[in-house]
Design a protein around this ligand. Structure first.
Ligand code: NAD
Length: 309
């Protein structure tokens, strides 16, 4: 019998295991399947998670293969190779495209109705690749995009302004990568624009914005320099997306979605519900932001054109 709220996670590395932990403790999921080419790694993670059973709501946990992912509501792909010293971004893309060619057909074979959520990097490119390989409607293939980067911006501004991060309303959009940018023209603290807030509190607006942007853009590098990978905040970002889908919340999140005019995936505020993407809800962008978005799309399209699918 089909169970409700079944989620499969492909890739049991730092991100896949942290995501499994967050989902397990969230109470949102009734079945969780973890798949990895390294079967023992997936088994070890599931054994460790399962030993917390008496502390959480009931959940079926399984380390399995693709057959075990059958009828998943959501499949989250965190599997992929990391960048090696001396390797170009395109080398990494091609390596991960090869990995995705082995994963995506299996995912679709067993869960043709699922929403596929791509987390592995470069996330916008691999979400595009997944869409092309899966043959599913684009609303059901989404990437984690800049949900994490947006949360980082909210955190950084909340620290600078000493205000609750949940009252910071601001988005990072575009590529999840070096060409991403904050939409300052619609950034608010409560109901006061960031510009007005800076004036009122005596901050140098230009300096504050530049410092916040740099901090966000470099935060993954800063963490990786210190601990070698990032996993907790991305796991929470993924849980937030899963929650919006499973509970049909119609939440607005900066996931990566398809743009058919440009044939590219990039992050923008999108309404998300039980069927995945409902619609883009992009704020009005000023001239500079429009240029930044075009640049981000170009960066992504330049990579896409060299991919052999
Ligand atoms: P990791 O190396 O710890 O884990 C990757 C896992 O994928 C490994 O366990 C490996 O065995 C598995 N794998 C490799 N090929 C596979 C295949 N064909 N089928 C199934 N499993 C396979 O890496 P990580 O730290 O967990 O990161 C995973 C990905 O998430 C990376 O691409 C990383 O850049 C990305 N990431 C994205 C964000 C974001 O905001 N989108 C944030 C952090 C990390």
């Amino acid at each position: 019998m089909r169970k409700t709220n079944k989620v499969s996670v492909i890739g049991a590395g730092f991100v896949g295991s942290a995501t499994s932990f967050v989902l397990m403790t969230s109470g949102l999921v009734s079945n969780l399947v973890l798949v990895d080419v390294n079967r023992e790694k997936a088994e070890g993670e599931i054994m460790d998670l399962a030993h917390g059973a008496s502390f959480i709501k009931s959940i079926d946990l399984k380390a399995g293969d693709y057959k075990d992912t059958q009828d998943s509501d959501i499949v989250i792909i965190t599997a992929g190779a990391g960048q090696k010293p001396g390797e170009t971004r395109l080398d990494l893309v091609n390596k991960n495209v090869a990995i995705f060619k082995s994963i995506v057909p299996q995912v679709v074979k067993y869960s043709p109705e699922a929403i596929i959520l791509v987390v592995a990097n470069p996330v916008d490119i691999l979400t595009y690749v997944t869409y092309k390989l899966a043959g599913l409607p684009s609303n059901r293939v989404i990437g984690s995009g800049t949900v994490l980067d947006t949360s980082r911006l909210r955190y950084v501004l909340s620290e600078k302004f000493d205000v609750d991060a949940r009252n910071v309303h601001s988005y990072i959009i575009g590529e999840h990568g070096d060409s991403e940018f904050p939409v300052w023209s619609s950034a608010y603290i409560g109901s006061l624009s960031v510009s007005d807030y800076c004036k009122r509190e005596g901050f140098n607006e230009a300096e504050l914005k530049q410092a916040a942007y740099e901090e966000v853009k470099n935060s993954a590098y800063a963490i990786i320099d210190r601990k070698g990978y990032t996993n907790y905040a991305i796991a929470l970002a993924v849980k937030r997306i899963v929650e919006a889908i499973l509970r049909d919340e119609r939440s607005i999140l900066t996931v990566s979605t398809y743009n058919s005019i440009d044939d590219v995936y990039y992050a923008a505020p999108n309404m998300i519900g039980r069927n995945g993407q409902i619609m883009k809800v992009c704020p009005n962008l000023n001239e500079l932001e429009l240029e930044q978005l075009e640049n981000s799309k170009k960066v992504l399209k330049d990579i896409i054109k060299d991919i052999k699918l």
